[in-house]
Structure formats: structure tokens, C-alpha cells
Design a protein around this ligand. Structure first.
Ligand code: GLN
Length: 357
């Protein structure tokens, strides 16, 4: 295999090998999950990013036909310590390396990921390039931060069912959000990120879910007004990017975390009950706690590692949101009950503020 390099914005270079010859540019982020690499690489929220896997060997149980979170891979690249090319699992259909090469995702392996992650933790997330040679001249680091249009559906897609009708606004939704709603009997209509309020009214939903998605939530500022009106009209549940957008739409602010939360074991505390849940997370931005007074939002969950906001509930409107992933995949399903709580909230009349406990 050919030598390759991860060249970082701060000038640091990490050497590895290129399983095949490709180049990539993206925001270099790390994920601490020990398992779940198939779900992680297929999560559309990673669009525009190069994922460094902290776990030393990736690929040993292969990839199957069930666990992908989207049909296409939207991430820009993958960095690993070691890739296993001889997977062993009864459901395995192909190897990690073959999935990446077939779907044209650049990867670099044989990298000292421990040193790389330590550096990212100290210096913060930064851009990087996977390259076959270290360039002599200056690198152009300008890359877009607006990946939602590339991952969202182009047209509405309906999934009929007997129960409540949920409109899922797609900023890059994970399949598990759809299946979590379907498993509760919900009929789901997935709609593009730019769907107008009137178009949503025409769909006559019982509730609206705002999905996860890639990039800086402020890149979607054109849609704050629509999101605010939707959330003042229908019961709404926001997940990750959806949570950030709800906060922004109601006047709160967001900011970038130094190195983000990406992994399958992030502890959060439910403020009202002090119960602790282990959650799946993948985000680089946070809702700023100090920006919440006056917005009508109260904090429902906090992250026990760094005290950041992990959940919100509106005092007046039927709005709940979480920064973590109740659909799990990859990760524990401790908070899967939140989908159920949302549907119960919709079906109860006159009880807008069903507590998420
Ligand atoms: N998974 C997500 O929805 C991520 C939200 C946002 N792109 C962030 O990184 O914070």
C-alpha cells in the first residue's frame, strides 16, 4: 500500500497508508465509540467531515444490510489506526475497506490515532486533508459549511401507518429516527429542509420532528422564522441539529465546542429527576446556556462531562428537544422512551407539557 498523510490546518502532519489513492478535505473530528462504525460512517450529519476513529481496530465484524443510517455515505474521509479486512460476523456482507472504496470515501489507515486525538483535544477541531504527498505550497482551506442541501430529500416521501401523523423535517435524518417513529405506529412524511409553513399545514400533521444534520446550525438562518411558526403551531420534537435550530429560532444562540461530543457513552442528567442516562452523541455545536433566559426555554438535560445543554422544553409551546440521539444507532437506547413521550404528548389533549422523565 502507498504512503499517505493527514495534513492539518495547524501544519501538523500524520503519516499512514492509503488503501487506495484518493484525496479528501474536511473538518477533522474524532469518535470514541468502540463499536457501531457502520452506523457512524452512514450518519449524514458527518457530511463535510473526516472521522478519526479512536478505537484502534475498525472493521472486525464487517458491514451488513441492516445497520446503515442512510443509503449514501456523506462523510468526506476516514482515519483509522488499523482496518480489519477479514471481518467475521454471521450478518457481515462486506468489509469496511470495500464499503469505503466502493462508495468513493477516502481513507487513511496505520495512523497514530491516539496522538492525533490528543492533539485535536488540545487544539480543537480543525480542517485537514488526506493526501498522497505533503504539498510544498500553501493549502486552500476554504470549504463550505452548508451541507444540509446535499443530504436532505428533494421531495416529500410518505410512509403510511395507522397512528399519529408526523412530519419529519429532513436536515440529514438518520434512518433510525424514521424507524423509531414507525415502531410506535406513526405515519411519517419526510419533507425537505426548505418546506414552508403552508406546505406543512397542508400535510395536516399531528406533530413535527426536526432531524439531525450536518454543519453549523447558523447556516440555516433563513429558516428560523418558519421553524418558529411551526413550533408555535404543532407539538415539536427536535433532535441534535433540530434542537439547535429550535433554540436559534426562538432567540437563543449556539457556539462551536472545542472538539465536540462524538461517541456512544456520553452521560446526561435529566434536571428534574436527577436520573442519569448514557447517550449516543454526534455534535460540534452547543446551545449557549446563558442565551436561554427570555426565550421561554428551560433546560431539561445537561451533559455530565462538561455541563453543556443537552435538552430543552418550552414553557409556553409544546416544544421538546435533545442534543443527543434518542434513536441511538450507534449507542445505547436508554433515551428511546423520548419518542414514546412525544407521541403521548401529541395524543393527550390539554396536556401540552408532558414531562420528559
Ligand atoms: N448530529 C447532528 O445533528 C449534528 C448537529 C450539528 N451539525 C453539530 O455538529 O453540532
Amino acid at each position: 500500500m502507498k504512503k499517505g498523510y493527514l495534513v492539518l490546518e495547524n501544519g501538523e502532519v500524520f503519516e499512514g497508508v492509503l488503501p487506495y489513492n484518493t484525496e479528501a478535505t474536511g473538518e477533522v473530528v474524532f469518535n470514541t465509540s468502540m463499536t457501531g462504525y457502520q452506523e457512524i460512517i452512514s450518519d449524514p450529519s458527518y457530511a463535510g467531515q473526516i472521522i478519526v476513529f479512536c478505537y484502534p481496530q475498525i472493521g472486525n465484524y464487517g458491514l451488513n444490510d441492516l445497520d446503515s443510517e442512510s443509503e449514501h455515505l456523506h462523510l468526506h474521509g476516514v482515519v483509522t489506526g488499523e482496518q480489519c479486512d477479514t471481518p467475521s460476523h454471521y450478518l457481515s456482507k462486506h468489509s469496511f475497506a470495500s464499503e469505503l472504496s466502493q462508495k468513493h470515501v477516502p481513507s487513511l489507515t496505520g495512523v497514530d490515532t491516539r496522538a492525533l486525538v490528543k492533539m485535536l483535544r488540545n487544539h480543537g477541531t480543525m480542517k485537514g486533508k488526506i493526501m498522497s504527498e505533503i504539498p510544498a505550497g500553501k493549502i486552500n482551506w476554504n470549504e463550505g459549511n452548508s451541507y444540509v442541501p446535499t443530504v436532505s430529500v428533494q421531495e416529500c416521501i410518505s410512509y403510511p401507518n395507522e397512528g399519529s401523523h408526523i412530519v419529519l423535517i429532513d436536515y440529514g435524518y438518520k434512518k433510525s429516527i424514521l424507524t423509531s417513529l414507525q415502531s410506535l405506529g406513526c405515519a411519517v412524511t419526510v419533507v425537505p429542509y426548505h418546506t414552508t409553513f403552508d406546505q406543512i399545514v397542508n400535510l395536516n400533521p399531528d406533530g413535527v420532528v426536526l432531524s439531525n444534520g450536518p454543519g453549523d446550525p447558523e447556516a440555516l438562518s433563513d429558516y428560523y422564522d418558519t421553524i418558529r411558526i411551526i413550533s408555535e403551531t404543532y407539538p415539536v420534537f427536535g433532535i441534535c441539529l433540530g434542537h439547535q435550530l429550535l433554540a436559534l429560532a426562538h432567540g437563543a444562540s449556539t457556539r462551536k465546542l472545542t472538539f465536540g461530543h462524538r461517541g456512544s457513552n456520553h452521560p446526561v442528567k435529566h434536571v428534574e429527576t436527577s436520573k442519569v442516562y448514557i447517550t449516543s452523541q454526534n455534535h460540534g455545536y452547543e446551545v449557549v446556556q446563558e442565551s436561554l433566559p427570555g426565550t421561554g426555554f428551560v433546560t431539561t438535560f445537561i451533559n455530565l462531562n462538561d455541563g453543556t445543554v443537552e435538552g430543552l422544553m418550552h414553557e409556553k409551546f409544546s416544544i421538546q428537544s435533545v442534543q443527543f440521539h434518542p434513536e441511538a444507532h450507534a449507542g445505547p437506547s436508554d433515551t428511546a422512551y423520548l419518542f414514546d413521550a412525544f407521541i403521548q404528548q401529541i395524543t393527550r389533549t390539554g396536556d401540552q407539557h408532558y414531562a420528559f422523565t
